[in-house]
Design a protein around this ligand. Sequence first.
Ligand code: HEC
Ligand code: HEC
Length: 312
Amino acid sequence: MKALVYYYFLTAALLGSGIAHAGATAQAKAGASPGSAPAAPAKSPNPARAVSFTPPPADSIPNDDFGKMVKKGEQIFVHTQEHARQYVGNSLNCVNCHLDAGRKAGAGPLWGAWPAYPAYRGKNKHVNTFAERLQGCFQFSMNGKAPAAGDDVLVALESYAYWLSTGAPVRQAVEGRGYPKLAKPAAAPDYARGQKLYVQHCALCHGAGGEGQASSGKTVFPPLWGPKSFNWGAGMHDVGNAAAFIRANMPLGLGGTLSEQEAWDVAMFMDSHERPQDPRFTGSVAETRKKYHDEPTSMYGLTVNGHVLGGR
Ligand code: HEC
Ligand code: HEC
């Protein structure tokens, strides 16, 4: 198939998205400035220097009322379809993108996230609490509705993330947070190369049409695009985020086996397919792109195979 992709990777800067550490950088600079004290300078913590962390074992959740809420959060995170159905609009579970019940380093672990909020996010241009960050996942990644502040679903997820973070330093970079960002690819990501890789390495589980696989109504292999996947506002729609996730974690059990270029190519192929509309849609694809997707790593509003993505 001939791909007509208008892509401008080579001419634009890439690393605009993802997890921001603006505050940490400012602090690091302040810490690094030479002090006037002649003796050994007082050691000030450097929030930008990553420390390693291991979450408590899953079977050590306390056996009390707090522990019950933690357990509930774990269940919601792993079986979102069953335990928070009213807030979900697709076939995904949180764990599909945050592997091993949100414990796996390099797969968006909850223990990497919880100690890092409140934080400013460029996505909505204000300081977000952790709860608001969770609400965003329901709205975008789960293509659903945000639970109201104080809702048990949020309290449970917050409790689970807080418990997983037992002993983690607060406001300090932690190794394994998020998805390990990739450098700009040597060659612009290519649809045709990505398609070939998809058929070879992904279709077996995720389906030839990206539809995933279910068994007796339960998602076994999650859909990567189409009506039951994440929407155009989700972090995974960004080719840079998707490439980072895929390179570290896919094919399942074989993370790290694709080259970085291959991860970019297959991510670009995946994110060049139609999916649910961005809930912030203004009524015009061009305007919505300009407002929310004005980045080289977003395919939203671009034309692929004669189709304007987001415009059906
Ligand atoms: C389709 C994949 C996907 C699903 C499903 C998903 N997430 Fe995420 N999540 C992401 C991506 C990608 C990011 C980081 C993206 C970004 O920078 O915007 C993220 C970020 C987060 C963060 C912040 C991480 C950090 O270190 O700052 C939290 C917390 C989170 N998700 C929780 C959840 C919860 C809870 C659910 C289920 C209700 C969920 N996610 C479902 C893909 C997903
Ligand atoms: C052996 C089966 C298998 C293969 C092969 C595989 N995946 Fe996955 N993939 C999974 C499973 C299972 C999950 C959900 C993980 C979980 O819930 O623990 C997943 C999750 C994902 C997700 C996040 C969830 C979503 O629906 O968006 C993406 C993106 C993804 N895979 C992309 C790929 C790509 C790209 C390839 C090929 C390079 C690939 N996968 C190969 C089984 C597989």
